[in-house]
Ligand binder design. Structure first.
Ligand code: MIC
Ligand code: SF4
Length: 654
């Protein structure tokens, strides 16, 4: 049978189960990546497994998120990560080397490899033909120890590309178009696989922009074939031996096919405050006060050279602040060497560090109610650090046009208004290679003598508990659709508490806390002290966005035992199971409206239901009715929940 590329890679890596869409499979992971915001917990969990060295082909620990170092906690984490990497045979990319996904694409990602990362944008490496999946840190820690990664064998959506992009239309517009078709909901357990004659017109970094923001679709991953363009990119990165041609068979059996003619695409944007709120920039036209260019979606050499060439000899509009963060030290160094950095600085841009920075709310929070235009991938309300923010996600071309004209508008007007021609940036055939900010693994003898430096702000994550026979709980929160992990566990200036769960847990659902009233954490801890379990009731697509397992770990610490939603996203669902919080969905979604915040709920035979039932009955004691919940759990999930979380399960089964 003609195979998709996804299934070819899965077939080479399957270690358990059968490759039939919908069934649970276990796959061998070749490469893992972690970053400092999720990586400290992942590393602590890895350490607690007692495995002397990682068992993957390659594991890399990146420091790119918490580089602002407000207070000593982040530096403490970084020293811990560096020392632990030395001990356990892990590459360590130091702060300043760039954003994990950009650096990994340049220096390590491989066609045909499986890659698991404790960051939801790990699928960026799909641009080079890797099957790269985002997961919680505990799943990555298990993979580092040589354990399989368990997932649902996906459905594959084929996205057939035709034609080639017109000037001023970018790879970002391709993924925004896909988001307009597929939206951010309802794509769980699917892979987006690109194919067709249009693929050859896109370079690897352009493809990586598309696979990166595939994360916003909620798919398991996105992948491109590996072809002559891939070979060129790997050769230019001085890694020709990593090339391997890979593509789907002709007439591969996709579960669904979407056709996109690149030639007809227009410059698009994702309007506030969801990545699938897509419109043309012409429709969205309005004055802007801040423009930010960078993030793992749009910070490649090509993106930034396009920006620099457009800015050359121009001046940023007086009503706009422009910030630019090149994605990696490699990109920054090329721009510094060829004068492009000077062109940006002379035009009035503020040059930011090669790191996540404002994308995760570390600085550049816009003034309340203002319009911020960003080349990033997420515009969830409040993610900037400003409660009432209005973020438009766009291509670098649209962003730079907004910076020069002061409004979100059609970048093609730059030619008529300012006489700027579209710069055709050629792919480099030879990137300057300087990996001096990457620590390579040491000999096993040196590793065995290495000391792990663990500062006092690093607190061992709390242990999960086994479910009780019966559940007596209280609805601590009744929230709507599309609750993201940013809502559950805010990042920004709080990132410094990532390695201290009791401290970080104080901010769970902070966006719902009201001045002068007890916080979610206060209410949860009061309930916990009375032996009452915390319950969260949510709408559709609960747990969208980031892979941060703190969105499960911190609620677990506060005593949350059950989440009932209309539907749930993949990574968060897995994180809940890993930390022994039971994820359930409504059999009848209308029951969602009947439950009130503060209602007391009970489940008789809770542990028994987790063991072997597909549904269970919840009694709403306060409002006096009963409703049915569904458990969509694999036999392994059930074991993990019953055993008190994945760490216990892994220890007991290895
Ligand atoms: C994000 O973009 O939200 C993050 C910060 O990179 C997260 C990881 C984290 O919360 O540390 C992600 O995408 O998984
Ligand atoms: Fe960093 Fe933003 Fe990419 Fe997350 S989405 S990895 S915060 S640049």
């Amino acid at each position: 049978m003609a195979k998709t590329l996804t299934y070819k890679i899965l077939e080479e890596h399957i270690v358990e189960g059968e490759l039939i869409a919908g069934q649970e499979i276990g796959i061998r992971i070749d490469q893992t990546i972690t970053q400092d915001a999720t990586g400290t917990t992942a590393m602590l969990l890895f350490e607690s497994m007692g495995i002397p060295q990682v068992k993957t082909d390659l594991s890399v620990s990146y420091v790119d998120h918490n580089t602002a170092q407000f207070g000593p906690e982040n530096h403490t984490d970084h020293l811990y990560l560096q020392s632990a990497a030395r001990k356990y045979g892990i590459y360590h990319s130091r702060p300043g080397n760039g954003i994990c996904h950009q650096v990994h694409l340049e220096r390590f990602a491989k066609p045909g490899a499986t890659q698991l990362g404790s960051d939801s944008h790990t699928p960026t490496a799909g641009g080079i033909g890797a099957l790269a999946i985002g997961a919680g840190g505990l799943d990555v820690a298990v993979a580092m120890g040589g354990g399989a990664f368990y997932m649902t064998a996906p459905k594959v959506t084929g996205i057939k590309l035709l034609g080639s992009l017109s000037p001023w239309v970018a790879a970002k517009d391709v993924i925004l178009k896909v988001l307009s078709i597929l939206s951010t909901q309802g794509n769980v357990d699917c892979v987006a696989e690109y194919f067709g004659p249009g693929v050859a017109s896109l370079s690897v970094p352009q493809r990586a922009t598309i696979t990166n923001m595939g994360a916003e679709l909620g798919v398991t991953t996105s992948v491109f074939p590996s072809d002559a363009r891939t070979a060129d990119f790997l050769a230019a990165q001085n890694r020709p031996a990593d090339f391997r041609a890979m593509e789907a068979d002709p007439n591969a059996g996709y579960d669904r096919i979407i056709e996109i003619d690149l030639t007809t695409l227009e410059p698009l944007c994702a309007a506030p405050s969801s990545p699938d709120n897509i419109m043309t920039v012409v429709e969205a036209k309005k004055p802007v006060s801040q423009v930010l260019i960078g993030s793992c979606t749009n910070s490649s050499y090509r993106d930034l050279m396009t920006v620099a060439s457009i800015l050359k000899g121009q001046t940023v509009h007086p009503g706009v602040e422009l910030g630019i963060a090149p994605g990696s030290k490699q990109v920054m160094s090329i721009l510094a060497g060829n004068g492009a950095l000077k062109d940006m600085i002379d035009a009035g841009a503020r040059i930011l560090e090669s790191a996540c920075g404002p994308c995760i709310g570390q600085g550049q929070s816009p003034t309340e109610g203002s319009i911020s235009v960003r080349t990033f991938n997420r515009n969830f309300k409040g993610r900037t650090g400003t409660k009432n923010d209005f973020v438009y996600l766009v291509s670098p071309e649209v962003a730079v046009a907004a910076a020069l004209t002061g409004e979100l508008s059609d970048p093609r007007e730059l030619t008529t208004k300012l006489g700027i021609k579209y710069p055709e940036i050629k792919d480099l055939s030879d990137f300057p290679i300087n990996d001096n900010l990457i620590d390579t693994p040491v000999s096993s003898e040196q590793a065995s003598q290495a000391q792990v430096i663990r500062g006092t702000s690093i607190v061992t994550p709390p242990a999960a508990e086994m479910p009780t026979d019966n559940l007596a709980g209280e609805v601590l929160l009744h929230c709507g659709d599309k609750i993201t992990t940013d809502h559950i566990m805010p990042a920004g200036s709080l990132l410094k508490y990532r390695s201290n769960v009791p401290e970080y847990a104080k901010y769970v659902f902070n966006c719902f806390n009201e001045e002068g009233k007890p916080t979610f954490a206060d209410r949860a801890l009061t309930a916990k002290s009375q032996g009452i379990a915390g319950i969260i009731v949510a709408g559709n697509s609960y747990g969208q966005g980031s892979s941060r397992e703190h969105a499960a770990l911190c609620p677990m610490y506060l005593g949350v035992k059950l989440v009932i939603a209309k539907s749930m996203e993949r990574i968060h669902n897995a994180n809940l199971v890993n930390f022994a919080i039971c994820p359930a969905t409504f059999v009848n979604p209308a029951d969602y409206d009947r439950i009130k915040p503060g209602d007391k709920l009970s489940v008789t035979g809770f542990a028994k239901a987790i063991k072997d039932a597909d549904t269970f009955i919840v009694k709403d004691i306060t409002s006096g009715f009963e409703f049915e919940c569904r458990l969509e759990l694999s036999p392994r999930d059930r074991q993990i929940l019953l055993g008190g979380g994945k760490l216990n399960y892994t220890r007991n089964n290895s």
